[in-house]
Design a protein. Sequence first.
Length: 157
Amino acid sequence: MTYDITFLRVLQGRTFGETLEKINSAYDPDADLKPMRLTGEQRTDWDRLVQRISGEVGPVTAEEFPYSLTLWRDGPAGHLQLDYDGDSASIEIPYRYPGSEALPVMAEAYRIGRILEEECGLEGYDYEVEQPVRTGDIDVAAARLGGVARWAQETLT
């Protein structure tokens, strides 16, 4: 289980929630997944995103899969994964950072999320704490991550 932050290309005239609802209403769990088909602009956005994160945050590893482009960041702050398919993305952070250990990795996740918004034109929302990434309070998100991680370590191990 991971702490997830969601990014979407919000439909014109709709809110983030309305766009997500429209996407979810079209989901068919029995249908085969369709391979990712990035436009040239989306691929350029991804390349620029990877370069910018590498330069501003630190080294990353990136790989292409049939359904998404994936970036991993393993740095002093911790580990996170970013998956991107052109019109949506997600950042996943494992629940292994209890208490104050959560702040550095969450600060990095929000920094990467804000770069993603700028470079790819997506909008991010953190449903764990009900706040947009662009204006969200990193301390609130870190407290949530750190609290759940502490609970998991104390209860499940």
